[in-house]
Design a protein around this ligand. Structure first.
Ligand code: HEM
Length: 141
């Protein structure tokens, strides 16, 4: 899931570059596949955390003793990731719905599609950066 989180914002930016080329259907297809791949990854991660004994056991105790900021960092990561995925889901379902009949082309997505799209991509970068910091301080340092 860490590798996926790091790659995702760059793939989302690549999908935006397709809009600039006028390839709107490709943009939508990449976004849909990316979103569902991340949902699958998040479900697998959640199952792994449950099998390991729940979120209380997610951070190694020695790492928390060494780096007390790890717990607030985990909270900041989870809150940011949840908000990002909510915005992403809203963005995707609204765009898919409004283009289902009219077709995937400019003017057929809501006016807020562009700003919310960039907000979501910024959230994907935030999620990736905080995930890497958590991994480094919990398991490498
Ligand atoms: C089924 C899903 C989607 C469809 C059908 C779709 C369709 C479109 C269309 C037609 C445009 C051009 C809008 C215009 O020029 O007026 C556009 C632009 C854009 N979309 Fe999507 N989109 C989808 C999903 C997403 C998602 C999930 C994101 C963000 C994570 C996103 C981010 C963007 C951004 C940032 C732009 C503006 C690009 C620019 O600066 O020119 N889109 N999309």
């Amino acid at each position: 899931m860490l590798a996926l989180s790091v790659v995702v914002p760059f793939v989302a930016l690549y999908a935006v570059s397709r809009v600039r080329m006028g390839q709107y259907a490709t943009h939508a297809r990449i976004q849909k596949r990316l979103f569902w791949a991340c949902i699958a990854g998040a479900i697998i991660l959640e199952v792994q955390i449950r099998l390991a004994g729940g979120s209380g056991n997610f951070l190694p105790q020695d790492a928390v003793a060494r780096a007390p900021f790890l717990k607030p960092l985990l909270l900041a990561h989870v809150v940011g990731a949840v908000l990002t995925y909510l915005a992403w889901a809203l963005q995707l379902f609204k765009a898919a719905r409004s283009t289902r009949v009219a077709g995937v082309s400019p003017g057929h997505v809501p006016a807020w599609h562009r700003p919310l799209g960039y907000f979501t991509i910024a959230g994907l970068f935030y999620t990736a950066i905080t995930a890497v910091l958590l991994f480094v301080y919990a398991y490498v340092q």
